[in-house]
Design a protein around this ligand. Structure first.
Ligand SMILES: O=C(O)c1ccc[n+]([C@@H]2O[C@H](COP(=O)([O-])O)[C@@H](O)[C@H]2O)c1
Ligand SMILES: Cc1cc2nc[nH]c2cc1C
Length: 360
């Protein structure tokens, strides 16, 4: 892929976007009818009913099924870390990649409990990584550049990372997975995510920038200044999602966006994790507005910009657990609820079957 020109990569992206179509309204109508026939006041299972309907619309059937589940975790490093925007040193990114490989991270535990597999892709870690086990090697660069001094990456790199994420999703769809969660890992990545969310939702930085892994008050001021500098230096054009992505984004954020676009093109639902994942989802939505219909919201992150990002996508979180870990942890927890929605659809009795009187 490295040898392809920017034009060829852009054409591939355009083709991917062109393959995204609308949800199947007829199937959604059938799911709604079934939900309304079940022994409960209509709509009383709230967002569970919405999810069941969405799954029907995505799979194009009144009887949606989940076979295999995967967390597509994208890892990358950030040149902006040099500005002291994180509470942790950059070497934590590769260290955590190995921890994930050895099954010791929170996402391994939560995915296992949900009977899901974790695949961690190195799209741009700044240190060497030996990819074995569940680690997939698709490195585009050894981290991004410092966006406070110039663009985080070239347009070509952004396209490569987007398509790397799409490729991973495509490989896993071919292997039989039909429900995804997004996930991220990368020291410093709440900084580009904040820039993206601020730009795409037209929100002031004060409302969007948070403490990430746990910076103090002085750190928060410094982080805001670094983001302001990145925006001033790069002048991203919000009408051009690729421009925003390459100037103030990240390689793993691009890959998350790419995995969402591929999921949408292949009609596979994808649960969107926390702040960084939702920044990636905003990139996907700005590239391909139709992709939002394939996104399932998960939790509301502690990061203050997350609610802005979710609102920008028209998504409402289904969980609120005060989490701020990333890795796909909130999305993996949401797998249980997605499956609950299908159990409801398939296993509840109807008013007629159970002999329960309908609304008078
Ligand atoms: O997903 C979230 O909502 C989230 C919120 C805060 C932090 N994180 C994780 O923490 C890292 C980024 O934090 P920071 O402070 O280094 O920018 C990165 O590895 C993320 O996965 C994740
Ligand atoms: C330990 C640690 C684990 C993480 N997982 C995702 N981001 C992280 C950041 C840190 C610091």
């Amino acid at each position: 892929m490295e040898n392809l020109t920017e034009e060829k990569l852009f054409a591939q992206l355009q083709e991917l976007i062109g393959n995204i179509s609308d949800l199947d309204e007829a199937a959604m109508g059938q799911v709604q009818e079934r939900l309304d026939s079940l022994t409960k006041p209509q709509g009383s299972l709230g967002q569970l009913e919405q999810i069941a309907k969405q799954l029907g619309g995505i799979q194009g059937t009144s009887n949606p099924q989940i076979k295999k589940k995967a967390v597509l975790l994208m890892a990358g490093d950030h040149g902006i870390a040099a500005e002291g925007v994180s509470a942790f040193p950059q070497e934590v990114t590769p260290q955590m990649v190995y921890n994930i490989m050895n099954d010791g991270a929170a996402i391994n535990v939560l995915a296992r409990q949900a009977n899901a597999d974790v695949f961690c892709t190195d799209v741009g870690v700044a240190f060497p990584i030996e990819a074995t086990g569940n680690i997939i090697q698709k490195r585009v660069a050894n981290g991004t550049k410092n966006m406070a001094k110039g663009p985080a990456m070239s347009r070509q790199e952004a396209l490569q990372a987007l398509l790397a994420g799409a490729e991973v999703a495509q490989e896993k769809i071919q292997a039989g997975y039909n429900l995804f969660a997004t996930g991220d890992l990368g020291i410093g990545n709440t900084t580009p995510s904040s820039a993206i969310v601020s730009l795409f939702t037209n929100s002031p930085l004060e409302d969007v920038v948070g403490r990430g892994t746990g910076i103090d008050d002085a750190g928060l001021i410094n982080k805001r200044q670094a983001i302001q500098k990145a925006i001033d230096v790069n002048q991203p054009n919000t009408e051009d999602a690729l421009d925003v992505l390459c100037k103030v984004g990240g390689l793993e954020i691009a890959a998350i966006a790419g995995s969402i676009l591929q999921a949408a093109a292949s009609r596979v639902p994808i649960v969107v994790d926390g702040f960084i994942s939702t920044a990636g989802a905003l990139v996907a939505a700005n590239l391909a507005p139709k992709s939002t219909a394939f996104m399932i919201p998960s939790h509301g992150s502690v990061e203050p910009g997350h609610c802005k990002a979710l609102a920008g996508l028209g998504l409402e979180p289904v969980l609120n657990l005060n989490m701020r870990l990333g890795e796909g942890t909130g999305a993996a927890l949401t797998f249980h609820l997605v499956e609950a929605a299908l159990h409801i659809l398939n296993e509840m009795s109807t008013f007629a079957d159970a002999g329960v009187s309908e609304k008078s």
